[in-house]
Design a protein around this ligand. Structure first.
Ligand code: 1HA
Length: 270
């Protein structure tokens, strides 16, 4: 599988293979822990994925085969957040989580090795997770003086159930790929050397499907859980579809032509 660079970054690799974009954290020396810069680069890459009409699915992963992501880089954790070059403490991974959730294209976590702490939450918020047999999952927050009570708690509980989610956070145990599969935390487990080809095969199956149907489904799954923001996404898609109709175009045309709109010819469906 050949991956063509989309844009050069310092702490991530951002490449594509046809309609598949791959965002890969490139800090294997620290198990792909993220800094504010890593996250800022992922946010920019995700935004490019959203805006590029030739990209249909996004793969999120980490370089090196030993870790997906080990969460926030504790060596740059300061007073109130993770500190980058501008010396401002940030928790900007929360913005990335929302972006993964709302991008109207499937996002697949491709997990080899550790998905821990804030790195675990990143895979949780992805639409699908494909794990290698060496994958290890868990939260560490209460061990290292942190917690993610947002998607990291509530969406995790939607996935694995309240009892299991509380166990994961209260005990900070680690779970292997088979245990993750058994609790519905991942979609599939494959040998490490089959991880990328399996993920790409899943992407191709998705890319064959109707992009608008996928878009509607993602926002529909979100809408039930995400309150007003979820309804906004779903409603935005309804507006998109409405804009494609002759009826909506009549409204715009009438305005531009300075005449009364004639909506009579459009059916009032039962
Ligand atoms: O909770 C949040 C947030 C909540 C709300 C809003 C924003 C949030 C943003 C972030 C987070 C968090 O992510 S908190 C949780 C932070 N992460 C962790 O607590 C995991 C820390 N890492 C580990 O527990 C272990 O490294 C490991 C279980 C994943 C793997 O253990 P292993 O195989 O024994 O490797 P280890 O030797 O520990 O790690 C290899 C190298 O990577 C070490 O560096 P070296 O001694 O070789 O110089 C290790 O220090 C480094 N490393 C690993 N994880 C991190 C890290 N360095 C900095 N930060 C890390 N997270």
């Amino acid at each position: 599988i050949t991956w063509t660079p989309i844009k050069e970054f310092q702490e991530i690799l951002f490449t594509q293979h046809g309609g598949i974009a791959k965002i890969s954290i490139n800090r294997p020396q620290v198990h792909n822990a993220f800094t504010p810069l890593t996250v800022q680069e992922m946010i920019e890459a995700m935004d490019i994925c959203r805006n590029r009409t030739d990209i249909g699915v996004v793969v999120l992963t980490g370089e090196g085969g030993k870790a997906f992501c080990s969460g926030g880089d504790q060596s740059v954790r300061g007073h109130g957040g993770y500190v980058g070059e501008d010396t401002v403490p940030r928790l900007n991974v929360l913005d990335l989580q929302k972006q993964i959730r709302s991008i109207p294209k499937p996002v697949i976590a491709m997990v080899a090795g550790w998905a821990i702490g804030g790195g675990h939450v990143l895979h949780v918020v992805c639409d699908l997770t494909i794990a290698a047999e060496n994958a290890r999952f868990g939260q560490t927050g209460p061990k290292v003086g942190s917690f993610d009570g947002g998607f990291g708690a509530s969406y995790l509980a939607r996935i694995v159930g309240q009892k299991k989610a509380r166990e994961i956070w209260f005990l900070c145990d680690q779970y292997d790929a088979q245990e993750a599969l058994d609790m519905g935390l991942v979609n599939k487990v494959v040998p490490l050397d089959k991880l990328e080809e399996t993920t790409v095969a899943w992407c191709h199956k998705i890319l064959e499907k109707s992009p608008l149907a996928l878009r509607m489904l993602k926002s529909s799954f979100n809408a039930e859980l995400d309150g007003q923001a979820g309804i906004q996404e779903l409603a935005g898609n309804a507006t998109l579809l409405y804009y494609l109709s002759e009826e909506a175009k009549e409204g715009k045309n009438a305005f531009l032509e300075k005449r009364k709109p004639d909506f009579d010819k459009y059916p009032k469906f039962p």
